[in-house]
Unconditional design. Structure first.
Length: 182
């Protein structure tokens, strides 16, 4: 248990529980399974486990993304992987710092709307990648050379399209942001 006595009444008569915690935002809902809470059996106060709060952070970030019509972390990852980019490759190409994609994908940072637009544009129009590369070639170090020779304007993964986010999703299986076409 993450606490020994109640922070409100100091009682040590505590009960630990695992719940499905529901988060709501602008009509969208996320259910986080395995949320640890502690309930005080004397005063009834409930406390959430800081580790569970930490676990929920990227899920809540995705909840906000959905509500604000931004790409989710899984969608960003799929766009990147579809072109065969490493996180650093794509971060170099689009800007925002070498760790940008890693942070968007692990949910520690929410992408700006302009970055979101860029990601949508490279998804819808693969040909813009070559012009981006052309303009920014000088900025690439040997370690972040883009795999354009092997992937010329072509999606490596085909048969997928971005799906509209569902109004309700569950942590753990909320990655169904893509559906197969045909
Ligand atoms: Zn208490």
């Amino acid at each position: 248990m993450f606490m020994k006595s109640c922070a409100v009444c100091n009682s040590s008569n505590l009960n630990s529980n695992v719940i499905d915690k529901v988060f709501n935002y602008e009509g969208f809902e996320a259910v986080v399974h395995g949320y640890q809470i502690v309930e005080c059996m004397d005063c009834g106060e409930q406390f959430t486990d800081p580790a569970s709060d930490k676990m929920a952070e990227p899920i809540i970030r995705d909840l906000h993304r959905r509500a604000e019509n931004l790409l989710t972390s899984d969608q960003i990852k799929l766009i990147r992987q579809a072109y065969g980019f490493t996180q650093e490759n794509l971060s170099s190409l689009l800007g925002g710092g070498l760790k940008a994609m890693a942070r968007y994908e692990n949910g520690s940072v929410m992408q700006s709307r302009s970055m979101n637009n860029l990601l949508r544009i490279i998804w819808d129009h693969p040909e813009v990648i070559s012009s981006l590369y052309q303009y920014h070639e000088h900025a690439f170090s040997p370690a972040t050379t883009l795999p354009l020779a092997t992937v010329p304007y072509q999606l490596k993964v085909t048969g997928y399209s971005l799906k509209e986010p569902a109004p309700v999703y569950h942590a753990g299986n909320y990655a169904n942001d893509f559906q197969e076409v045909g």
